[in-house]
Design a protein. Structure first.
Length: 193
């Protein structure tokens, strides 16, 4: 009974730790490119642009899979991200690289590694929503091992996701639970570590 009481009294402490674990951030330095992982919202695009404007990268790479929903059929997140980068932020189209076929974070890592090696990139900054950065870090670290490409991870800074009270928002709650399920799946399938 005492244990249950302690869990209830200190619930915000341990729940915050659960949300915080999902967030991984490196100290960043200028890199050859900024890789914006597909999916999520346009906050990812804005974060990638912001990093380039602050001279942390000269090139932008967008990953994204094809949308199969009837409303957006034949669209790709990477194309939409490119459109926003060029039209809204005036980012030069010739400095954008699109990776159009990944279906998962693991595929993002495999395909972006090939692009990095083809372009002789020595370093990249990977950005995504905060809740996604731990799994991205673990996955990319495994896939890029031995490639000679330095990776730095930087979550979206002005995100809707917050680790301090994720359990109070249905959207944050859904993403936190989904991310832990994906971490377990990746671990089980050998895509991590």
């Amino acid at each position: 009974m005492l244990l249950l009481l302690l869990l209830v009294v200190f619930h915000s402490f341990w729940l915050t730790r659960i949300g915080s674990f999902l967030i991984y951030q490196d100290k960043i330095e200028p890199a050859d490119a900024v890789l914006v992982l597909g999916g999520g919202g346009m906050q990812r695009v804005a974060q990638g642009i912001d990093l380039c404007q602050k001279k942390y990268g000269d090139r932008l790479m967008f990953t994204g899979e094809w949308d199969t929903s009837p409303l957006f059929k034949h669209n790709n997140w990477a194309y939409m991200a490119q459109y926003i980068a060029v039209s809204r932020y005036r980012f030069p189209r010739n400095k954008i690289i699109l990776i159009l076929n990944p279906k998962s974070t693991y595929d993002d890592a495999l395909q972006s590694k090939a692009v990095c090696l083809q372009n002789n990139f020595k370093s990249i900054i990977v950005t995504s929503d905060p809740y996604h950065t731990r799994r991205a870090y673990l996955t990319f670290t495994k896939v890029y091992r031995g490639s000679g490409v330095k990776m730095m991870f930087y979550p979206v800074q002005n995100s809707w996701y917050t680790s301090e009270n994720w359990w109070k928002s249905k959207r944050c709650l859904d993403k936190t639970c989904e991310e832990y399920a994906k971490l377990a799946y990746y671990l089980f399938c050998g895509r991590l570590i």
